[in-house]
Design a protein around this ligand. Structure first.
Ligand SMILES: *Cc1c(COP(=O)(O)O)cnc(C)c1O
Ligand SMILES: [Zn+2]
Length: 422
């Protein structure tokens, strides 16, 4: 059995047994998984973790699963020292946590791995979700592995790459005319009537726990320590709050020293309700109508916005809103300096990092981790017109050399400062 003893309301503290419910019936606060940390402390160790599988399941003691897991090998992704990008930005100690390389190409595999396992434990008939794109892909993939039906709801204007990447697993794929917030509202209504596991609605408390593993891995890969700064792309705020929770759990369990990480929210200017609330000094988030090319972050009414704001304040962190036209530049910069092709959310993180350094919120020598959460092949639309043009030639040396001479000439006249090698 797991060390997760049940659910607890984050607002009134009322406790509940494990069940596919995410809202307190007394105060409507969100429910969170509760653990017996004393028992975990007696069991868990750095050595034990090291002997575990090369996936997020090496931290099973800190996850709420009781049965055989639905496993497509999510997690244990690379943490890379980003010296080239760091030099460009003026950061000596920059790391990239590269979650593009998960099985369905985003960090969502971490949350869905836990949610789908739990859904099966609860005996629910199908997996379902309201998605901004990546969740659709991950739910459909995990449903294949678990031999479950999948009902995946997406906004109709989603990128082609995400639609195909979800559709390939053959879920029931439903495009809703509206924004994510409309999709989410619809799914909340459906969740009352259908015996399905909506992974980010009725299973949300369990789902959210999966995100902690990106923090555990980062600490382990840094040689068992927390970073000074964490820069995180934020939509609902779930990932952001769970990175903070994960780091603090490791601190509390003495796996790492006391945590002094400053948590930074990165949002696109076209949908930055949490950053706006932070900059206004508000404690509640005012919903917005999203209009951003970073569709995976296009949540105008973030479910965990209130808690994300609390984490920013508690951690002495900050928040930034990235101008829309800088998102593709951020994607290109990451690719050209570090060889990582991230989706638009990654562009938001890189452009956000640049802004946070420029304003002095992040200092040059501080150990900083940028969380890159999804793969660029899913959002080709964002950069297809902005990348290096292809040089077409005949299959002859002569044609090649002529083209090269031409290319050299053009290159000199169009050198782009953002793409200057550093
Ligand atoms: C879902 C998602 C996020 C963050 O989502 P939260 O709702 O804030 O947990 C970040 N990046 C990508 C690529 C995503 O798909
Ligand atoms: Zn309550």
């Amino acid at each position: 059995m797991s060390f997760a003893t049940g659910l607890r309301c984050k607002e009134c503290g009322r406790e509940y047994p494990h069940q596919p419910v995410n809202i307190c019936e007394f105060c409507f606060g969100p429910l969170e998984v509760v653990y017996d940390y004393e028992a975990i402390r007696r069991t868990i160790s750095r050595e034990g973790i090291k002997k575990g599988p090369a996936s997020m399941w090496r931290y099973k003691e800190l996850l709420p699963v009781d049965s055989e897991v639905v496993d497509i090998n999510a997690g244990y992704t690379p943490l890379l020292k980003a010296d080239n990008l760091g030099r460009y930005l003026g950061l000596k100690n920059l790391y990239i946590k590269n979650d593009c390389v998960n099985p369905s190409y985003s960090f969502k595999d971490r949350v869905v791995a836990v949610a789908s396992t739990k859904a099966r434990e609860f005996g629910l008939k199908a997996l379902a979700c309201a998605s901004t794109g990546n969740l659709a892909c991950s739910v459909a993939a995990h449903a294949s592995k678990a031999n479950m039906d999948a009902y995946v709801f997406i906004p109709a204007d989603l990128e082609q790459g995400k639609i195909v990447n979800a559709a390939i697993y053959a879920p029931t794929l439903i495009a809703v005319e509206g924004h994510y917030d409309d999709v989410n509202r619809l799914c909340n209504e459906l969740a009352d009537d259908y015996d399905w596991a909506f992974v980010n609605i009725n299973i949300r408390a369990y789902y959210a726990e999966g995100s902690k593993t990106i923090a555990y891995e980062t600490a382990e890969q840094l040689g068992w320590k927390a970073p000074i700064n964490a820069v995180v792309p934020v939509a609902s705020g779930s990932l952001f709050t769970k990175i903070w929770k994960g780091l603090n759990e490791l601190g509390m369990l003495n796996i790492i020293d006391e945590v002094h990480t400053r948590m930074f929210v990165a949002q696109p200017a076209g949908c930055s309700p949490i950053t706006s609330a932070y900059l206004e000094g508000a404690t509640r988030v005012k919903p917005v109508k999203p209009s951003t090319i970073a569709k995976s972050l296009a949540i105008g009414n973030p479910a965990d916005g209130y808690y994300a704001l609390k984490v920013i304040r508690e951690s002495l962190g900050g928040a930034c809103a990235v101008p829309e036209e800088e998102i593709a530049e951020g994607m290109k910069l990451l690719a050209e300096t570090e060889g990582i092709f991230a989706e638009t959310a990654g562009g938001v993180v890189v452009a956000g990092l640049k802004q946070l350094v420029a304003t002095g919120a992040i200092k040059g020598d501080e150990l900083t981790v940028a969380f890159i959460t999804g793969c660029g092949l899913k959002t080709l639309e964002a950069v297809v017109d902005k990348v290096t043009p292809v040089i077409k030639i005949q299959p002859t040396v002569n044609s090649f050399e002529k083209a090269m001479a031409e290319h050299k000439k053009n290159k000199k006249s169009t050198e782009n400062p953002a793409s200057t090698r550093v």
